[in-house]
Design a protein around this ligand. Sequence first.
Ligand SMILES: [Zn+2]
Length: 325
Amino acid sequence: MPNLKHTIIYMAVSVMSLSATAQDLLANRAPSDRKLTDLKAVKINNTKAVIDLSNPAGDIYATWDNTSALVAPGTLPANFKVDLRGYAMPTTSRKVTSKYGPRWGKQHKGLDIKVYMGDTIYAAFDGKVRISKFNAGGWGYYLVIRHPNGLETLYGHLSRQLVKEDQIVRAGQPIGLGGATGKATGTHLHFETRLLGQAINPALLFDFESQDVTGDFYVVKNGTIQNSKKSAVASTLQVQSREPETVTLADRPQTQAEANTENQETNPDTPEPTAQKREVTYVVKDGDNLFRIAQNHGLTLDQLCRLNGLKPNSLIVRGQVLKCS
Ligand SMILES: [Zn+2]
């Protein structure tokens, strides 16, 4: 069958000589897909490093134990960068009913977010469950998860826990159900974020109203977390590239009993950090331009360019880190 053999050889040669674009068309996809696919591959390689979840952030935590929600405050490395990429919102609720900070003369070290009985609560990042316990006088059924980015997240007043201690969890995995266990008036999620035993205002990391994180990274300069009322507001303005106001005021009355309870939850010995200027950086995303980045950080285009040694028409690329203060 010489004719058929000839045809096969001819087809093979034809395919080999096709341009990349023509091959794309043969594969039934738009030529531009090739470029996109390549970019995606690069992104995955950059951000999806294989991380061992058996001992998350083992480089900064001396121990792993299931005894207490509190961790002895340790010394943070200078300029510690908390990687917020790969986050999931702990709840789809956008309503913050009580914010972080002083409340009736005490410190409320988390955010209260309105959830209803049985609402699914999700792990904020990949991690490992360190505590899954019951505290009748405070958080009720609660969880503490340690994450590779150094954070520990705490979820309180659950009606039920869905994970066990030492269990590895993934960001966005259901870990519990909303409730009002412990000392809580009304169902809500009490959500805390801590770094090496030090509380961070969760609103500096998570914007529940817009269901997003405040940026790709949260930078802790000189080992000092900025949570004092004045600097927390300043930090919020500097860190966020979106809406500066993240917390709304309480929409329900809270009893003094609950106020006391929330206070019991916290470590009263944590000193108020002193105000300190921090360097704020921004990681360029797709579709960004210098003008908008400047605007979002309260800078003029010229100021932003001067900080970074750029010209107004300089090209910026995704992943590029810009100084914004
Ligand atoms: Zn609370």
